[in-house]
Design a protein around this ligand. Structure first.
Ligand code: AMP
Length: 284
């Protein structure tokens, strides 16, 4: 595996792979890699011949007072994991490579879908996320990119952006693949932020997925689904939102209809903000 820090070297590696007729797969991450990230790598490997993983903690998607400085960083360990998983390139750029001083990278706006739930809790977060994802797509020029269902609102926004960029001719066609959420045996969704939970906080954190799973089994009435979930949430978890939404639009819904829905949750446990969600099939 090649560890690359500059856009120039990245471009050389991509050009060479393309000249050999290889399909490029891409997994963007913020590092502190765990099995959830690695599951996306194996999806990329199944659909591409040359896999690039980026590690970049994007300052644009953190607000003031958020955990940008405290976000876990472990590039040495990340490089070892990716080598073991036969990744071709680990691209770990500096902020200067992503946001050069000598030319302006257009800042993207996430719009209405970007202002709800995660966007409401973290103003500007999704604008920053879309800006960096689009920039990374421009640099890597992948045939396929892989994202995790764990960040379902992010997936909805990236899908929207990509469709509109491809439709307008701004970007060559490329595919998105979505990987299912990888969980601990307890149900807790793996997250880089989990390393900052104490043992007792971890117990509290486990109640998020327990709540979601119970809610998802509680029939089709929205209020019943939410109150069942709420009943299983540890009172030590500071709930930010728990909502039943349409899986595509993220509009709140009052019952499960013909279309897929998502039960989404965000809660603060200790100093760590956690999110999770489950898909609930539509009732045909
Ligand atoms: P992050 O490093 O948190 O920005 O995540 C990078 C990618 O990994 C995103 O597409 C996430 O949705 C995905 N991801 C994070 N946690 C998990 C998980 N537990 N299972 C599957 N994918 C995940």
């Amino acid at each position: 595996m090649k560890l690359i820090h500059s856009n120039k070297e990245l471009n050389q590696a991509i050009t060479q792979a393309r000249s050999q007729g290889k399909r490029i797969g891409f997994v963007p991450t913020m590092g502190a890699l765990h099995k959830g990230h690695l599951s996306l790598v194996s999806i990329a490997k199944a659909h591409a011949d040359f896999v690039v993983v980026s590690v970049f903690v994007n300052p644009l998607q953190f607000n003031e007072g958020e955990d940008f400085d405290k976000y876990p960083r472990s590039i040495g360990q990340d490089a070892r994991l990716l080598t073991d998983n036969q990744v071709d390139v680990l691209y770990a750029p500096s902020a200067q490579e992503i946001y050069p001083k000598d030319f302006e990278i257009p800042r993207l706006l996430a719009g209405a879908l970007g202002e709800k739930y995660e966007g409401a809790a973290r103003p500007g977060h999704f604008d920053g996320m879309l800006t960096v994802v689009s920039r990374l797509f421009d640099l890597v020029k992948p045939d396929i990119a892989v994202f995790g269902e764990k960040d379902a609102q992010q997936v909805a926004l990236v899908t929207q952006l990509l469709n509109s960029q491809i439709r307008s001719g701004r970007r060559s066609p490329m595919a998105l693949k979505i990987g299912p959420t990888v969980r601990e045996e307890s149900g807790l969704a793996l997250s880089s932020r989990n390393v900052r939970l104490s043992d007792s906080e971890k117990q509290v954190a486990q109640s998020l997925s327990r709540a979601l799973f119970a809610g998802a089994k509680a029939g089709s009435n929205g209020e019943t689904i939410k109150s069942t979930a709420l009943g299983l949430l540890d009172p030590e978890a500071k709930l930010e939102y728990l909502e039943l939404v349409d899986a595509l639009s993220f509009e709140p819904i009052s019952s499960i209809g013909p279309n897929p829905a998502r039960l989404i949750i965000a809660a603060q446990v200790g100093k760590v903000r956690l999110i999770d969600n489950v898909l609930i099939d539509g009732k045909k």
